[in-house]
Design a protein around this ligand. Sequence first.
Ligand SMILES: Cc1cc2nc3c(=O)[nH]c(=O)nc-3n(C[C@H](O)[C@H](O)[C@H](O)COP(=O)(O)OP(=O)(O)OC[C@H]3O[C@@H](n4cnc5c(N)ncnc54)[C@H](O)[C@@H]3O)c2cc1C
Length: 549
Amino acid sequence: MTATWSLPGQLAAPAATWERDVDVVVLGSGAGGLSAALAMRPARSVLVITKDVLAAGSTAWAQGGLAAVLDPNDSADEHVADTLAAGAGLCDEDAVRELVADAPGAIRTLIDLGAMFDPDESGEMALTMEGGHSHRRIVHAGGDQSGAEVQRTLDRAAIDAGVELLEHCFALDLLVATNGRGERQSAGVRVAQLDPSGAVVSIGIVTSRAVVLATGGYGQVFASTSNPPAVTGDGLALALRAGLAGRDLEFVQFHPSVLWIGPGATGQQTLVSEAVRGEGAILYDGLGRRVMEGVHPLEDLAPRDVVAAAISRRMAEAPGGIGDHVLLDATHLGERFYERFPTITEACRTIGIDPATERIPVAPAAHYACGGVIADLDGTTAMPGLLAVGEVACTGVHGANRLASNSVTESVVAGLRVGERLARALPDRVGLDHAAGEAHDAPLRNPAQRVELRSVMSSQVGVLRTPDGLDAAVHQLELLAATASVGVTGSRPAWEATNMLTVALAIATAAMTRMESRGCHRRTDVPEPQADWLRHLDVSLRDGAIVVS
Ligand SMILES: Cc1cc2nc3c(=O)[nH]c(=O)nc-3n(C[C@H](O)[C@H](O)[C@H](O)COP(=O)(O)OP(=O)(O)OC[C@H]3O[C@@H](n4cnc5c(N)ncnc54)[C@H](O)[C@@H]3O)c2cc1C
């Protein structure tokens, strides 16, 4: 087939009008980016650039909490075993062991920085349980506001430590130069300074000895997601354009239940936490039949991927005429629901549902990117000078499916390791040529294409994947890539749309290639894992096309 489309090698933008130089530039201000920035202060000058306000990423939305072995009756071996079991054969056991070993220290660092985790009745840190964990090992804050507490703590600590924070600054592309060993090395980043409304103020280049990629996941590539609007896969697209590979991109974790707010609802939707089912709530379809009965021994408390798949199957059958949601009945809690789940109560009320007396409409939604830019827990990527941490990275910790509450922990653990490493030593400086700040003019995607792109991803690359659906998805995305987008100039929505198309094509192509079901990748034509697929798929961008190996 002759390609009639190609993805850009650089995002289009005018020439840079300003230049900065720092030791390290960190892209993103979630748990990963800020932990890294803090750990390298005061040894290094560090600039955190973030495309919106500090708390615009997923970190601030984390509900359940952070996993770590803190109970003497728990053990590192059991946390490792639970993580490996969730990862369905594709975790890197050494990376998991490192994460588990560092997790208690990361929690202590957050406490030292001022984080207030919820205590139990005896005043000790309360530890809760989540799906897939064999022990109580999840620390939480403010009930279901754990991520907000982590973000608040890190924001405050970064400001106090004198970390320079540049909000409304969008990372466009890496600056890459050839080092003395003939390798391509990251030498900084090309950025767009925006005003708070998102309009472009200026283009600049930030040169540095190291770039830390901490831009989070890509939930917004799907029509329905728990992820906030800023999570559009920019960092993954930027890394692919710079010649790095992504791994495990087909493993998108779908949360079984976000609040369904009406037909065609898109964008970020409120999570209806597993804890509601933990308190005894039951899922029903439109005919009043239970969804999880006979599906799994744990019924409504089955693992996340099992519940999401069962809901999707029931929605596909469209019983009772509702094909886009099911109903969660928590009415046995009565008015106790309001106190136990204040955030969910408020969201239900906005759509006229009283959860104490009515069933809550819910549907699965994209939640977590298990894959990402290939890196280790120290941030090392294939490119000298570029480090990746948090959800943007694929460190081998999550394999084919993430164990609940391992991800904020991973962001903090990896962030601290990367920061400490860069405080000890920096890569050698690599010289840029004079063209680093020049204008680029490859076509950008029209932001209006996001609607179709997201719809294709949710309907064809969602919880249950069919060969025809995946084929159709890749074809439709390629058509979008081939559509001329006349007159689209650089803006946050256009850059995001362009990144989202790259990421969507990468995910859909990887999903089409993996001919089995494993972890959170489920194909209806091959419903079981296959021994010869016990391996990773790496995705890269060559000559503007997606290549899977
Ligand atoms: C609703 C919800 C609930 C969750 N609950 C839990 C939980 O209980 N426990 C758990 O472990 N995990 C949970 N997760 C997942 C977890 O929150 C994330 O995996 C983790 O916080 C990711 O941290 P991060 O630092 O890698 O990325 P993020 O926190 O997403 O931060 C990414 C940052 O990069 C910035 N950025 C992105 N693109 C650019 C660009 N082009 N230029 C500049 N800046 C950019 C963003 O603005 C943001 O500041 C939840 C996620 C959601 C959405």
